[in-house]
Design a protein around this ligand. Structure first.
Ligand code: URA
Ligand code: SF4
Length: 236
């Protein structure tokens, strides 16, 4: 079995994965302004001026929302500091909280397999971050106030990393990045933007672990993301 076929099998996609023709690309701008960009607070302005090391330290010490209370440590992000791809998840789970690195548990294994399926690897052309840097207790979905409090950090990470493409993994990531309500099923297959960077929405790997039949759609989304990135590179 080739490496590629092995990876597809690992993702549970071997029999069905046939790259479908990418459907018509509907260019869409996120029309609503980013909620948390309005009335930028002093804290947000300070964060927006930080360099990478300052940002890391600020996150490590942050107590701006309730999630600081139960965390073992903050989970800043990991990867290539000049990446083509930025993957954004929801927030750390138990293992991430323990180890300080995003996507190192079960969902992370699937994310690594998804990356490998499109010839990517953690740390190589790829940066991985989360909408919130501290683990929500019991792995609950982060509250809107928490994603809003953490948003300036992700915003600054994006500004410093300047990825060529952003992939939002699941609803909380998509809503944080786009600043509005998002239904993943409806947002898939569209190109959104964050500060001129194309942004694509797909399912969260933890959801895919529970909903195996949607893995094929995630594969479609990754192929769509890859072709969007390639098209962007061509037009430069
Ligand atoms: N789920 C996420 O959204 N992020 C992680 O880092 C791990 C699991
Ligand atoms: Fe700060 Fe973000 Fe952690 Fe909240 S989740 S305490 S805003 S680092």
């Amino acid at each position: 079995m080739s490496k590629h076929a092995g990876v597809l099998r690992e993702m549970g996609l071997a029999p069905i994965w046939k790259i479908r023709k990418i459907r018509k690309i509907q260019k869409m701008r996120a029309d609503a302004p980013q909620a948390s960009q309005e009335g930028t607070s002093d804290r947000a302005s300070a964060i927006a001026a930080m360099n990478w090391d300052e940002l890391r330290s600020s996150v490590a010490e942050c107590r701006a929302c309730e999630l600081c209370q139960a965390r073992k440590q903050t989970v800043f992000g990991v990867g290539d500091l000049s990446p083509d791809w930025l993957f954004v998840g929801e927030g750390p789970g138990a293992e991430e909280d323990e180890r300080g690195e995003p996507f190192v548990g079960q969902a992370g294994k699937l994310l690594d397999a998804m990356l490998a399926a499109i010839d990517l690897k953690r740390g190589k052309q790829v940066y991985i971050a989360n909408a919130v840097k501290c683990r929500p207790p019991g792995n609950r979905t982060p509250a809107p106030a928490e994603t809003a409090a953490c948003w300036p950090y992700l915003q600054r990470q994006i500004a410093l990393l300047r990825p060529r493409l952003i992939v939002a993994l699941g609803k909380p990531a998509a809503q944080t990045l786009l600043g509005r309500e998002v239904k993943v099923g409806e947002a898939r297959g569209q190109i959104f933007q964050h500060n001129g960077i194309p942004l694509i929405v797909t399912y969260h790997p933890a959801y895919l672990l529970r909903t195996l039949q949607d893995k094929a759609k995630a594969w479609e989304d990754l192929c769509f993301a890859r072709s969007t990135l390639a098209a962007g590179l061509q037009s430069r």
